[in-house]
Ligand binder design. Structure first.
Ligand SMILES: Nc1nc2c(ncn2[C@@H]2O[C@H](COP(=O)(O)OP(=O)(O)OP(=O)(O)O)[C@@H](O)[C@H]2O)c(=O)[nH]1
Ligand SMILES: [Mg+2]
Length: 307
């Protein structure tokens, strides 16, 4: 056992040294590629995505062009839906962790819809009725907009309700935020997904959360089969690259982006290039600096494949 652990340690030391050599070698042969790996790491991109994007930079390309190329190729991988909901309507259930901005997003979408199309085709559903106060919020919004509000006691009531709401072109369904420990969560989400084929489930994600937590949330809400996500609190995000990497990897398109509390101003349809550019600018203004050792460890192994 002792020998085994000693061998493991030796192996790790050897690997670290090989990675360092590979990184140094890469820095000598392909300085632009190493610089791009460094910058993308500062943006918060995950190593696999950074390496994939940098591998496509042709040898001998100058830095400015390399920057432009990598930004464009990340943007190509970021999926977005366009302004579909506000143009065409739909039956959208907003799900996500507590406090990420589901109800705020719903309010912004509802007000926008009324400004564009009037209140006639809009209906709001509060799946939130178990929470004290939430009921009232939804009702005052509905009253303000002149749109009906329906409160659900149980998600099982949803198919019947939606059948009755047939003529409404835009139905927004709010759901209560559930804590991680909520044992009923999976069942509730599955019921929601199975309730009606027309229901689109959108996962609301706070960009101010760490990328690791975003990945965990995406995995946790997978049973709800979300077809897109809304990225909120972009105004509070310290870094965007990690979250964008998670969304690229999970192939989850972004529908709308929220960057503030104002209803309805602070909501816009997601645009890929805009998001990637913000991620880069955010890294620049926050002065994020990638640690040299981290870079060696992360990219030493892939260095041979590059350049
Ligand atoms: N800065 C900032 N705050 C936001 C944004 N979106 C929502 N908020 C705020 O975040 C807080 C929580 O928002 P809610 O809409 O109540 O969140 P929720 O997901 O409905 O929460 P639960 O119903 O408790 O699960 C509120 O104070 C919102 O105004 C945003 O884009 N930026
Ligand atoms: Mg809410």
């Amino acid at each position: 056992m002792a020998l085994e652990s000693e061998l493991k340690t030796l192996r790790r030391i050897l690997e670290t040294q090989l990675a360092q050599l590979a990184w140094k070698d890469l820095a000598r042969r392909a300085p632009i590629h190493t610089e791009m790996l460094r910058e993308l790491t500062e943006v918060g991109l995950t190593p696999d995505l950074a390496a994939e994007v940098v591998a496509a930079v042709p040898a001998g390309m100058e830095l400015t062009s390399a920057r432009r190329l990598t930004i464009a190729s990340i943007a190509q991988r970021v999926l977005v839906t366009g302004d579909r909901w506000l143009q065409e309507g739909g039956r959208i259930a907003l799900v996500g962790p507590t406090g990420v901005g589901k109800s705020a997003t719903l309010a912004k979408l509802a007000v926008r819809w009324v400004l564009l199309h009037g209140p006639r085709d809009l209906a709001l559903v509060a799946g939130d009725s178990l929470r004290i106060g939430a009921h009232g919020e939804a009702h005052s919004l509905g009253q303000l907009l002149g749109a009906p509000v329906y409160a659900l006691e149980d998600f099982g009531e949803l198919p019947d309700l939606l059948a009755r709401l047939g003529r409404h072109r835009f139905v927004l369904i709010d759901t209560p935020g559930s804590s991680q420990r909520d044992a009923q969560l999976a069942g509730r989400l599955a019921a929601l997904a199975a309730a009606d084929e027309q229901i689109e489930t959108a996962l609301v994600l706070a960009a101010s959360t760490q990328a690791g937590a975003v990945a965990e949330t995406v995995a946790r809400f997978a049973p709800a089969k979300p077809t897109s996500c809304v990225l909120t609190k972009v105004d509070e995000a310290a870094s965007l690259g990690g979250t964008l990497s998670v969304l690229v990897r999970s192939r989850l398109p972004i529908s709308y982006v929220s960057e503030g509390q104002r209803v309805p101003e602070d909501l816009r349809p997601a645009r890929a290039l805009e998001l990637v550019t913000s991620a880069v600018q955010l890294a620049r203004t926050s002065g994020a600096a990638a640690d040299e050792d981290l870079l060696k460890r992360r990219f030493g192994e892939v260095a041979h494949a590059l350049a």
